[in-house]
Design a protein around this ligand. Sequence first.
Ligand code: COA
Ligand code: ZN
Length: 299
Amino acid sequence: MSECIVINEVGPRDGLQSQDKHLTVAERASLIKSLLTAGLQHIEAGSFVSPRAVPQMAGTDEVFHLLGPENSPYLSALVPNMKGYELARSAGASTVAVVVSATETMNQKNINMSLQQTLETAANIIRRGRAEGARVQAYLSVAFECPYEGKVAADTILSQARQLAAWDADEIVIADTIGAADPASVRSLLNALVAEHGAEKIACHFHDTRAMGLANTFAAIESGVRRFDSSLGGLGGCPFAPGAKGNVATEDVVMMCEQMGFKTGVQMPLLLAAVKMVSELTGHTQGGRAHYWLSNNAV
Ligand code: COA
Ligand code: ZN
C-alpha cells in the first residue's frame, strides 16, 4: 500500500490574509467548498484575530457557519490568544492553531506580545484545548530565519519544540515564514525533531520566496515528515513579515508527492478548478511553478 502525505491547505488563511482584495465571507466559504470537493481534508479556514490587524480575516465565524457542522471536522482556525480560542470554538472549530514565533521581535510585530507571553498563552491554549477535546497545532514561526533578527539557531527551535511537546500539543509545525530555509538546513533540523518527537508529531510549513519550497518539502519527506502545509496556487505571504512570499503551492506538492508514489487524496483537476476560482476572486492569476504543465496535462 502506498504511503500517504497529509496536506493541510492554508490558502484560505495564509493566502487570503495578504491579498489587497478582501474576499467576502460567501466567497471564502465557496472557495473552501471547492477545496473540500478536490479532496483536501484539512483546511485552515481562517483566523480569529483582531479585524483591525487583519481585516481580510474578519467574519471567519460566519465562514464556519456557512460551511456548517458537517464540514467542521475538516476545518481549523488560527488563534493568537485565548479570546481567539474561545471565538474559534464557539464557531465550531475542532482544530486550532497557535503561533509562537521563535524570536522576540517577531512576536511583538505579529501579536504584540513578548516571546515569554506568547509561550504562556500557547501553553494555556494547548492545555485548555486538550481538556476540551480540541486538536491543537502549535506553530513555530520564523523557524529558520526571522525578518527582524536574522538566522534562528536550530537549538532555539529544538528547545521551543520540546516545550510545546511537554504541554502536549497534538502537532508541532515548523514554519519557514519568510521562505529562507534550504534543503540542507531542513534536513538537519527535521532529522533532529523527528528523532526526538516522532514523525507523527511534526509538520512543515514552507514558503517559496527563494524557489526552494519543493526542495525543502522533499528534504523534510526524506527526514520522515508526512504532514505539510501548502496553499492553492502558491497564494500567500504574511503582512507582518516583510519579504514573505506565497506558500509552496498545493498543486506542486501534490504533483511531486503523487509522482513519487505517495497518496494525497487530492484530485488534481478539481484542485486546478479551485486555483482558477481563487484567481478570479482575487483578481490576480495564481498558480504554482508547474501551473502551465499541470493545466495542460493533469487528468
Ligand atoms: N479576535 C478578535 N478580536 C480580538 C482578538 C481576537 N482573537 N484579540 C483581541 N481582539 C480585539 C480586542 O477585543 C480589542 O478590541 P477593541 O479595541 O474593539 O476593544 C482589540 O482587538 C485590541 O486588543 P488587545 O488585547 O489590546 O490586543 P492588541 O492590540 O495588543 O493586538 C492581537 C493583539 C493578537 C489581537 C493582534 O495583534 C492580532 O490580531 N494579530 C494577528 C496577527 C496575525 O494574524 N498574523 C498572521 C498570522 S501568524
Ligand atoms: Zn506562512
